[in-house]
Design a binder for this molecule. Structure first.
Ligand code: UGA
Length: 431
C-alpha cells in the first residue's frame, strides 16, 4: 500500500516505521522543515528505544520518506493517516488547531478521492465534523476512519506489534476492508465500530487506567498506615481476572502527555453535557495529592525543608522516555523549592536545559553527584540505572541517609542493611 502519515511525533514515527517495515511505501509529512532534516540525519525528535534503527533501515531501503511538502506528499496515496498532536487547550478541552490545519490543507490540495484515518486522540464527534467538512462542496469523496492508538511511550514498537486489540471506527465497507488488510499482520481482536464509539474507547481506556492508578495509590497510602504491604495486596487483587494485574503499581501519581490530558478532557466533556463526572475529577485531585505526598514525607522526616538539600533522582514521567510533560517531578520540585529546599536533580534522558527554564534546580551529571551532601534523596522515575546504584557509595556521599522512594525500587531489608532511613510507597515501616 501507499501510505501517507501526517505528523512525526512518537505515534506518527512509530506507525510510519512499522508500516514501512511491513513493506508498504510510506511518506511521513512533518511541517517543521528543521525536524525533517534532523530525522533524515538520524536524529529523532522523540526518545523511543528501537525506533532510530527501524527508521534508519527503512529510509535506507527506500520505503520510508520524510518531507515537509504537504501538497505532493498527500497525492496518490491509498491512505492518509493523521497523527498530529492534540495538546491540552482551554478549560480541559484538547487543542485541535494542528488537526484542523491538516484537514483544511487536505481539502485544499486533494486532487482525488481519499481515505483519511484519524490516529490523533480527538474529542467525540471530531470524525463526524471532519467528514462533513471534507465532503461539503467537492467533487471528491473523503472516507473518514477513526483509528485510535494505544501505544505507550518507551514500549511503543512492541505495543504496536502486539496490541491487545485494534479499534476501527468506519462507515464504509471499503474502508473496513482496506484497514483489515493493513492490520492483517497483527493477530489481535479488531473492534469495528462507529466513529463516536471508537473516539470514546480511546478516552475511556486512558481514564480507566488513570482511575486504576489513583485507586492503587489510595490503597497503598492506606497500607502504610495499617501495616499491610501493597506488593502482596496488588498481587492478591490482581489475580482476580475481573481486576487484572496491570497498572497496580503504586507510585508518585501518573503523568505524561496522555493520562492527565485525557482525564481532563472527559471531565470537560461531562461538564459540557450535564453528566456527573465527579469520579474523574477526584482521580485528578488524588493524583495531585499523590505528588504532594512525597513532599509531605520529606517534610515529616526532615522536620521542614527550609535550607535542606534534596537530591531528585528521575525527572521523566516514567522510565525509558525523555518526556517531562505533566511529570510528577515538576509539581514536586516546585513545592520543595516553595518550602525553602534546594534541589539537585539527575535524569539520564530528560532535557535538563529546557527544564531549567521552568524549574529552579541544579542539574547533576549522575546520581552520585546529585546525592552528594544531600539531606535526602527522592526517587521519582524507575530508571534501570537507579536499581543498579552502588548503595554504599550513595549512603557515604549523603549528608543524611534518607531515601523517599516513590517507585519502590529497593528492598526495605537491603536498605536498612546499608543504614538508610528508607521510605517506600505502601509498605509499612516495620516491613
Ligand atoms: C498511556 C496509555 O497507557 C497508552 O495505552 C496510550 O496509548 C497513551 O497513554 C496515549 O494515549 O498516547 P503513556 O502515557 O505512554 O501511555 O504511559 P503509561 O505507561 O500508561 O504510564 C502513564 C503514567 O502512569 C506514568 O506516569 C506511570 O509512571 C504511571 N503508572 C503506570 C503508575 O503509576 N502505575 C502503574 O501501575 C502504571
Amino acid at each position: 500500500m501507499r501510505i501517507c502519515i501526517v505528523g512525526a511525533g512518537y505515534v506518527g514515527l512509530v506507525s510510519a516505521a512499522v508500516f514501512a517495515d511491513w513493506g508498504h511505501h510510506v511518506v511521513c509529512i512533518e511541517n517543521d522543515l528543521q525536524k525533517v532534516t534532523r530525522i533524515q540525519e538520524g536524529d529523532l525528535p522523540v526518545f523511543e528505544p528501537g525506533l532510530p534503527n527501524l527508521v534508519k533501515r527503512n529510509v535506507q531501503e527506500g520505503r520510508l520518506l520524510f518531507t515537509a511538502d504537504f501538497t505532493h506528499g498527500i497525492q496518490e496515496q491509498d491512505l492518509i493517516m493523521i497523527a498530529v498532536g492534540t495538546p491540552p487547550g482551554d478549560n480541559g478541552h484538547p487543542n485541535l488547531t494542528a488537526l484542523w490545519n491538516v484537514v483544511k490543507a487536505l481539502k485544499e490540495y486533494a486532487r482525488s478521492s481519499m481515505m483519511v484515518a484519524i490516529k490523533s486522540t480527538v474529542p467525540i464527534g471530531t470524525c463526524d465534523a471532519v467528514s462533513r467538512y471534507l465532503n461539503a462542496d467537492t467533487e471528491f469523496r473523503f472516507d473518514v476512519v477513526s483509528t485510535p492508538e494505544f501505544l505507550r511511550q518507551g514500549t511503543a514498537i512492541a505495543d504496536f506489534l502486539s496490541p491487545d486489540r485494534m479499534v476501527i471506527g468506519c462507515r464504509t465497507d471499503s474502508a473496513k476492508q482496506i484497514l483489515k488488510k493493513l492490520f492483517e499482520p497483527l493477530e489481535c481482536p479488531v473492534v469495528f465500530t462507529d466513529w463516536q464509539s471508537a473516539e470514546m474507547i480511546k478516552y475511556a481506556a486512558n481514564v480507566f487506567l488513570a482511575t486504576k492508578i489513583s485507586y492503587i495509590n489510595t490503597i497503598a497510602n492506606l497500607c502504610e498506615e495499617v501495616g499491610a504491604n501493597i506488593h502482596q495486596v496488588a498481587l492478591g487483587i490482581g489475580l482476580d481476572h475481573r481486576i487484572g494485574p496491570a497498572f497496580l503499581k503504586p507510585g508518585v501519581g501518573f503523568g505524561g502527555s496522555c493520562l492527565p490530558k485525557d482525564t481532563q478532557a472527559i471531565v470537560a466533556l461531562g461538564e459540557a453535557n450535564g453528566v456527573d463526572v465527579s469520579l474523574f475529577r477526584e482521580v485528578l485531585r488524588l493524583n495531585h495529592e499523590q505528588h504532594m505526598r512525597v513532599v509531605k514525607k520529606l517534610e515529616k522526616c526532615l522536620g521542614g525543608l527550609e535550607g535542606k538539600k534534596i537530591a531528585v533522582l528521575g525527572l521523566a514521567f516514567k522510565a525509558n522516555t525523555n518526556d517531562v510533560r505533566e511529570a510528577p517531578s515538576l509539581a514536586i520540585i516546585s513545592r520543595i523549592v516553595e518550602l525553602g529546599g534546594q534541589v539537585i536533580a539527575y535524569d539520564p534522558a530528560a532535557d535538563m536545559e529546557a527544564l531549567r527554564r521552568l524549574l529552579d534546580f541544579i542539574p547533576a551529571a549522575d546520581p552520585y553527584e546529585a546525592v552528594t551532601g544531600a539531606d535526602a534523596a527522592v526517587v521519582l522515575t524507575e530508571w534501570e540505572e537507579f536499581y543498579g546504584m552502588d548503595l554504599q557509595r550513595v549512603g557515604d556521599l549523603m549528608n543524611n541517609r534518607l531515601i523517599i522512594d516513590g517507585r519502590n525500587l529497593f528492598a526495605p531489608q537491603v536498605m536498612s542493611q546499608y543504614g538508610f532511613h528508607y521510605v517506600p510507597v505502601g509498605i509499612p515501616k516495620q516491613a
